[in-house]
Design a protein around this ligand. Structure first.
Ligand code: PLP
Length: 403
């Protein structure tokens, strides 16, 4: 079946977060300027999901909703087909998003003042979930080896065994550096953290967005039953199918007492039921949209190659970090010698390019920009042309000053 990855959906005026931010900075941008920031997609919603939501509105009413057999079966079958493991139905808990669920999990599994490990540069709400719940961030920064990111296992071992450490939030695949952690890397993380008695919160929201040649391993498939007793895995159909606005996530917690602590905490925060749109779209996505996802991955891969061909080692020495998963390539702009604010101003004003500045993912990211390439290829081509032209103007101006 042909899928449309070329038409740009109209999002102006719909409250779309990244569009609102861009247009509030400059309302007069040309129609073909598209923000390449916040991690949702500039592709039309897959037809089966649209049809399911139309039917929901046309044929019934939007009352309180909760998971049904069809919902649980869709989650289990998806994990079995796409990720080769079979969760039990009882393990499944739903939440209005991975981020709210992480807040709940930090509260449920740790006490105020406890330390929670993160590995920056990393998705910034991890820090929020720790700090805003009165816990302490323990940083184990990733290390760059030969242009790709690795885990600093020696340091992780030390921090995990410190008396204040009680939990870790792992990002797998890792947003923003685009790593799909290998089986060996995941096993080593689990071994260290289990040995230290930590609870492991593994955010696998990008698990379906894996580029050719790489394999995602869910932590619950690799862990021993004993290790799995202290693991919660956070997923969502919403990242895979660009349904973030439907606010839904699926969390797998095998251990009954860990799950009960999570559910009790979630309820005490006032979370009940399931968004009716999340319910319907998850079932349609998992049961009917696998073909769409299989057709999407080559588009992301094509866009990534375009980005590499245009930027890597070019434009004064930009560096594109190898992308293994997610649609969020990480690009090093340090060769430009600008600080983060200067660079943002330049990208906005001179290239009409709206990216996510790397500093938001931790100080290690200050010289980086995160691109979102889940958009029609022509949109990315236009953006890269604007960037190349802006760089040429900058280069010429710098030459003139030197002369
Ligand atoms: C690693 C990671 N976790 C969670 C989220 C957001 O999850 P949700 O929208 O379900 O709260 C994102 C969105 O970009 C993400 O990259």
């Amino acid at each position: 079946m042909p899928y449309d990855f070329e038409t740009l959906p109209e999002r102006r005026g719909t409250g779309a977060s990244k569009w609102e931010a861009m247009l509030s900075d400059n309302p007069d941008l040309a129609d073909d300027v598209v923000p390449l920031s916040v991690a949702d997609m500039e592709f039309a919603t897959p037809e089966p999901i649209k049809n399911a939501l139309h039917r929901l509105i046309d044929e019934t009413t939007l009352g309180y909703t909760e998971p049904t057999d069809a919902f649980y079966d869709a989650c289990i079958a998806w994990q079995e087909r796409r990720h080769g493991w079979k969760p039990e139905r009882d393990w499944i808990v739903t939440s209005p998003g991975v981020v709210p669920a992480l807040f709940t999990a930090v509260r449920a599994f740790t006490d105020e003042g406890d330390g929670v490990i993160i590995q920056p540069p990393v998705y910034y709400p991890f820090s929020m979930a720790i700090e805003r719940t009165g816990r302490t961030i323990l940083r184990n920064p990733l290390i760059e080896v030969d242009g790709s990111y690795r885990i600093d296992f020696d340091s992780l071992d030390r921090i995990a065994h410190s008396p204040e450490a009680k939990a870790i939030i792992i990002c797998s695949p890792h947003n923003p550096v685009g790593r799909v952690w290998s089986e060996e890397e995941l096993l080593r993380m689990v071994e260290i953290c289990s040995d230290a008695g930590l609870v492991i919160l593994c955010d696998e929201i990008h698990n379906d967005l894996i580029l050719p040649g790489h394999v995602h391993h869910t932590l619950l498939k690799l862990a021993t039953p004993e290790q799995a007793r202290r693991i919660a895995v956070f997923t969502s159909y919403s990242k895979t199918f660009s349904l973030a606005g439907t606010l839904g996530s699926v969390i797998y917690i095998p251990d009954e007492s860990l799950r009960k602590r999570f559910e009790d905490q979630h309820a005490s925060e006032g979370f009940f039921g399931l968004n009716a749109f999340a319910f319907r779209s998850l079932i349609a996505a998992y049961d009917e949209c696998e073909g769409w996802l299989d057709a999407l991955i080559p588009v992301i891969d094509r866009n990534y190659r375009l980005l590499v061909d245009t930027l890597d080692g070019k434009l004064g020495g930009l560096r594109v970090i190898p992308l293994e998963g997610t649609y969020l390539p990480w690009v090093d702009f340090s060769a430009w010698g600008m600080d983060a604010d200067e660079r943002e101003m330049f990208l906005h004003k001179e290239a009409q390019l709206y990216l996510d500045g790397g500093a938001m993912f931790g100080e290690e990211g200050a010289s980086f920009e995160r691109f979102n390439i889940a958009c029609p290829t022509w949109v990315l081509e236009n953006a890269l042309e604007r960037l190349s032209a802006a760089y040429e103007r900058l280069h010429d101006a710098r030459k003139e000053i030197v002369q």
